[in-house]
Structure formats: structure tokens, C-alpha cells
Write a protein that binds this ligand. Structure first.
Ligand code: AMP
Length: 421
């Protein structure tokens, strides 16, 4: 016997009925983006490796150890995208979109790839719904994005999601903060993990989101960026908070949020789901401002801000709510005898062309087994075709949830279904 081949570790198959949960969540995400005027962008899953090295940053876990990187047949180094912002910014620059409009709002939905250690809700192929806005440096843009995500959580009936915000400063105030961090961690370097000792010189900010418990403990006593913000960054942060208050969006200021990528400036935020299934890591999304990223990737000096929501975790939470999201076809067509199959298929094809969802057992089989399938699938009606009745252009319509079957004319079935739907 030939050997069985399994799927790639950390990459999930998505089967029914779980796929119905995903369809529901993705549909709600698209509706949300639509209602805020964000348009869809689709970029390839593969990019030049340099794109992520230069944007996400060499020192980050993502680029340092989690990227799927390989050489193609021409010897180019390519990587499966670990996140959606850098590809969107690359496309924005490449297509000179800033020449077409001063303010661009995009969204994306799709798979991302990171070679991570797996646990519940953490995979190597995972899906994100993200939004990006280019051209607005104003706090109103930050708040619009947070409002959009919070409205989405409400739309998918996850009320327990909280918003945490921080400011990471900018070129004016960050260097002094990095020196303060460096001084603090240098005093405790013996307690840092090996990775963090290396980060100490190159990028001490990364130590703040190291997952090592001892580093996390040390990080608790580290200086906070919020205490060292320059006046412009302070004013920006204060206005973000005031605008969140005005929209009555609850939030908590959390000076520990640094986000795992290098390109953030000023506002950084995370969405946390209060659910035990996720264990300690309850983040269902996060984002931030990246006012220098577009210029640093060779584009014009245009500010940007975005967020990414983790659909795998959100779908897990929605599925826990045990809502019946799968939608069965309205009608099952059964045949009493093989001779009725041709009429049945013609009838079904006509109904489907009119947009009705119809189920049919292509294997034929006994009426009993067909009805068993109809029962299981959850259709609301069954039409049973028997030779006698078919010869008179009629069939039996049976409500599946109980009720008397009745005889109906086949050519009246579609108008009947329209009224029943
Ligand atoms: P990040 O930009 O890394 O903060 O990712 C944003 C969101 O995507 C996170 O809050 C998670 O919900 C989700 N996410 C990130 N990495 C993974 C992963 N490996 N598996 C599943 N979801 C993830």
C-alpha cells in the first residue's frame, strides 16, 4: 500500500461546517470595510525577502526566525509573506497610488505565513483581515481604524474585546527612550535571555515583547515611552484618546505594547479577547502608525497606519458561540424510482438557474436513504418525484420540519418556493 501523505504541520485544512463560520466572519469583515470606504487590495503571497527585512526589521522574531524563505529557480531570495502591511506598501509605491489620490484606504484578507511554535490559535499559515490608510497623519485616522475594528467585533457578536493603546514616539523622542531602555537593561543583562542580550545593543525595544518569562518580568520595571514623548507625539496621543472618548470607545493605555515589528511610530494598539480558549495570549489583532515606512521603502514621505485582525482566533471564538451559521439549501429533491431521474435533474437545473439552492442525491438509491440525507442536511422542504405523479406534471412537497405533504404542479414550484423562502 502506498504511504499516506499528511498536510504541512501548522497549516490547517478548513472543512465544513467550520468553513461556514469563516464565510460568516469574512462576509462581516467585507461589510465593515465597505461601510468605511476601504477598498480591497490583493497582493501575491510571495515577495522579495528584502521587503520584509527592510520593513519588519532584521532583529524581529518574524524576520529572524519565522519566515519561510527560499531561493527560486533563478536564485532570487523570496519569502512567503509573514504579514500584510509591507506588501501593501510595496504595491502602493510601485503603482504610484499617491499620484492618483491624496488619501488611500485599503483592506486585505488572506493567508500569512510564520514558522511559529504552535498552540491553540497559533499556526504557521494563518489568516488576517487588515486595513491600511495612507496619507493622513491626523489622529482622526487612528481613531477611525480603531472604531472600525471595534464595530466589527460587535457585528460578529464578540462583545468582550478590549482595546489597548500606546505611543511609540517618533524620530524626535525615540532615540532618548532607546538610550534609557539600553541603560536599564544593561544593568540587568545577566538576567536577559541570549536573544535579548544581542538585542540590547541593536534594538532594545524588542526586549519588551520577548516571550521569555524572565525578560517579561524585567520588562515590567523598564522605563515607559509614554513618559518621554516629545510635545508633538504627546499632543497626537492626547488627541487620539480624546477622540476615542468622544466616540465612547473604551480603551486602556498600556505602555507595554510595542508590537513585534520595527516600523511603528506613535500610536500602537491591540485588541484583546477575554476568552479562556486563547490562554494567556488573547490578542485578536493589533496595529499602529508607520509614518516613515513608505519613505524607507523608496516611496514618498507619506504617513500610514493600519491594523491586522487574526481571523483564526476570531473564528475559534465565533464557533464557540455555537451559532448555527451553516446554511442548508431550501429544497431537497428525491426520486421514488430511477425513471424519474431525468425529470428531477431538469427540474433542479431550472431551479438552480433561478438562484434556488437545491440538494439532490446523485447516487439515486432508495427513497428512504434519500430522505435520511434530506433530514440530516437540514433542508426546509423535500419534493418527491414518482413516475405516476410526474406523468401528470406534479410531485409531492413535504415540509421537513413536520406538516402534511401536498401535491404541487412542477411548473408552479418556483413561485411557490419564492413565497416560502
Ligand atoms: P501581529 O501583527 O503579529 O500582532 O498579528 C495580528 C494578529 O494576527 C494577532 O493578534 C493574532 O490574532 C493573529 N496572528 C498572528 N500570528 C498568528 C499565528 N501564527 N497564528 C494565528 N494567528 C496569528
Amino acid at each position: 500500500m502506498s504511504q499516506k501523505i499528511s498536510g504541512v504541520k501548522g497549516m490547517n485544512d478548513l472543512l465544513p461546517p467550520t468553513s461556514a463560520v469563516w464565510q460568516y466572519v469574512e462576509k462581516k469583515a467585507r461589510q465593515m470595510f465597505d461601510s468605511f470606504g476601504y477598498l480591497e487590495i490583493r497582493t501575491p503571497v510571495l515577495e522579495d525577502t528584502a521587503l520584509f527585512v527592510r520593513s519588519v526589521g532584521e532583529e524581529t522574531d518574524i524576520v529572524g526566525k519565522e519566515m519561510y524563505t527560499f531561493q527560486d529557480k533563478a536564485g532570487r531570495s523570496l519569502s512567503l509573506r509573514p504579514e500584510g502591511t509591507a506588501p501593501a506598501v510595496r504595491a502602493y509605491i510601485e503603482h504610484a497610488v499617491h499620484n492618483l489620490e491624496p488619501l488611500t484606504r485599503w483592506f486585505y484578507l488572506g493567508p500569512m505565513f510564520r514558522y511559529e511554535r504552535m498552540k491553540t490559535g497559533r499556526y504557521r499559515q494563518f489568516f488576517q483581515a487588515g486595513a491600511e490608510a495612507y496619507g493622513a497623519k491626523e489622529p482622526a485616522q487612528d481613531v477611525e481604524l480603531m472604531d472600525m475594528a471595534m464595530q466589527f467585533f460587535r457585528a460578529i457578536e464578540l462583545p468582550g474585546v478590549s482595546l489597548e493603546i500606546n505611543s511609540l514616539g517618533d524620530d524626535a523622542c525615540r532615540p532618548a527612550y532607546l538610550s534609557a531602555l539600553n541603560a536599564y537593561f544593561s544593568g540587568h543583562s545577566a538576567q536577559l535571555c541570549d536573544d535579548c542580550r544581542a538585542r540590547l545593543q541593536r534594538n532594545p525595544l524588542r526586549i519588551l515583547d520577548c516571550k521569555n518569562p524572565q525578560c517579561q518580568q524585567l520588562a515590567k520595571g523598564a522605563p515607559a515611552m509614554l513618559d518621554l514623548l516629545c510635545p508633538a507625539c504627546r499632543a497626537h496621543f492626547d488627541e487620539v484618546k480624546a477622540k476615542l472618548d468622544a466616540l465612547e470607545i473604551p480603551y486602556r493605555v498600556n505602555p507595554r505594547i510595542v508590537r513585534g515589528l520595527d516600523y511603528y511610530t506613535r500610536t500602537a494598539f491591540e485588541f484583546l479577547a477575554a476568552d479562556p480558549v486563547l490562554g494567556t495570549a488573547g490578542a485578536v489583532g493589533g496595529g499602529g502608525r508607520y509614518d516613515k515606512l513608505i519613505a524607507s521603502l523608496g516611496g514618498p514621505d507619506i504617513p500610514g497606519i493600519g491594523f491586522a485582525l487574526g481571523l483564526d482566533r476570531l473564528c475559534l471564538l465565533v464557533a464557540q458561540g455555537n451559532r448555527n451559521l451553516g446554511k442548508a439549501p431550501i429544497l431537497f429533491v428525491a426520486i421514488v424510482d430511477p425513471g424519474s431521474q431525468a425529470v428531477a435533474m431538469k427540474l433542479i437545473s431550472g431551479l438552480r438557474r433561478q438562484g434556488f439552492a437545491v440538494d439532490f442525491d446523485t447516487r439515486g438509491g432508495s427513497l428512504k436513504s434519500q430522505m435520511k440525507r434530506a433530514d440530516k442536511s437540514g433542508e426546509r422542504f423535500a419534493v418527491v418525484l414518482g413516475e405516476d405523479e410526474v406523468s401528470k406534471g406534479r410531485a409531492r412537497l413535504k415540509p421537513m420540519q413536520g406538516g402534511e405533504p401536498r401535491s404541487v404542479a412542477l411548473d408552479e414550484l418556483s413561485s411557490l418556493l419564492k413565497n416560502l423562502a
